[in-house]
Write a protein that binds this ligand. Structure first.
Ligand SMILES: C[S@@+](CC[C@H](N)C(=O)[O-])C[C@H]1O[C@@H](n2cnc3c(N)ncnc32)[C@H](O)[C@@H]1O
Length: 245
């Protein structure tokens, strides 16, 4: 899984500009589910090139640490930190094997769990995330929507197309998706059911597990109108997931 993101990182992906990404849907939904990070210590895992890691710092977190399995992604993140220092530390590691980096109020992960290749791998990730949280701390993530339907509208005009999505996917089905960046990118990940996510999170010690459907930001509504977003909101490709230690 690191190799595909090393290639994406090397292309300096312009994936933040996709309508579904941080400005209109994903960032808006994610930060609403997260709540305030003011004066909190945050660990952002699967941080990629630091798109959200930097936003967490800008939103008032006391400290932010980013972790990603891809050396190329972390190289990009560190380059941006060198260009515009925010005091963010970055580490290369598989979240499943990450060494203890501290004790955090919040752990965030915008797309990590779909890259678990088995429930056991997801459990090792979630146990390690749990170990990095203070008692009462929160894990807030953005995960592939377990209820995404092949019969519903695809998300192409929002920037991402699921390729050959099965009508009745089995748990752990490998999915391909095309991101409609300037140079289109194909990514592979795994589809896990709601039950698998929740069982793994409970086995890792988490409680109060809640899913939040995506919403469109006021900026997105003003720019494109509600009708534009309706297909996406009816069959979103991802959802926010929040739980506590
Ligand atoms: C779709 S990208 C999202 C990056 C960033 N969170 C964002 O939203 O821009 C998913 C990231 O997960 C990372 N990743 C996948 N599996 C991982 C693992 N086991 N441990 C750490 N990072 C992982 C990839 O290298 C990639 O950077």
């Amino acid at each position: 899984m690191s190799a595909q993101h090393d290639q994406i990182g090397a292309k300096v992906a312009d994936w933040d500009v996709l309508p579904v990404r941080s400005k209109y849907i994903e960032g808006y939904t994610f930060f609403n589910a997260l709540g305030s990070v003011n004066e909190k210590n945050v660990l952002d895992v699967a941080c990629g090139d630091g798109l959200y890691t930097r936003q967490l710092k800008a939103r008032g977190a006391t400290s932010v640490t980013g972790v990603d399995i891809s050396e190329e992604m972390i190289r990009n993140a560190r380059q941006q930190e060198a260009d515009q220092p925010l005091g963010i530390e970055y580490h290369v590691s598989d979240v499943a094997d990450m060494p203890l980096l501290g004790s955090f109020d919040v752990v965030t992960a915008i797309y990590l769990l779909p890259y678990a290749h088995s429930p056991e791998h997801m459990l090792r990730m979630c146990r390690n995330i749990h170990a990095h949280l203070k008692p009462g701390g929160s894990f807030v993530t953005y995960a592939f929507n377990p209820d995404f339907s092949a019969k519903g509208p695809n998300s192409t005009r929002y920037g991402i197309t699921m390729v050959d999505f099965p009508e009745s996917p089995r748990d752990g089905h490998e999915i391909s998706a095309v991101l409609h960046t300037e140079v289109p990118l194909t990514i592979q990940f795994f589809l896990w059911s709601r039950a698998t996510h929740e069982q793994v999170l409970r086995d890792a010690g988490f409680q109060s597990i809640t899913w939040t459907r995506p919403e469109c930001s006021p900026t997105g509504l003003a720019k494109y109108g509600q009708a534009f977003w309706q297909d996406y909101l009816d069959n979103p490709h991802a959802m926010a997931l929040r739980c506590t230690r």
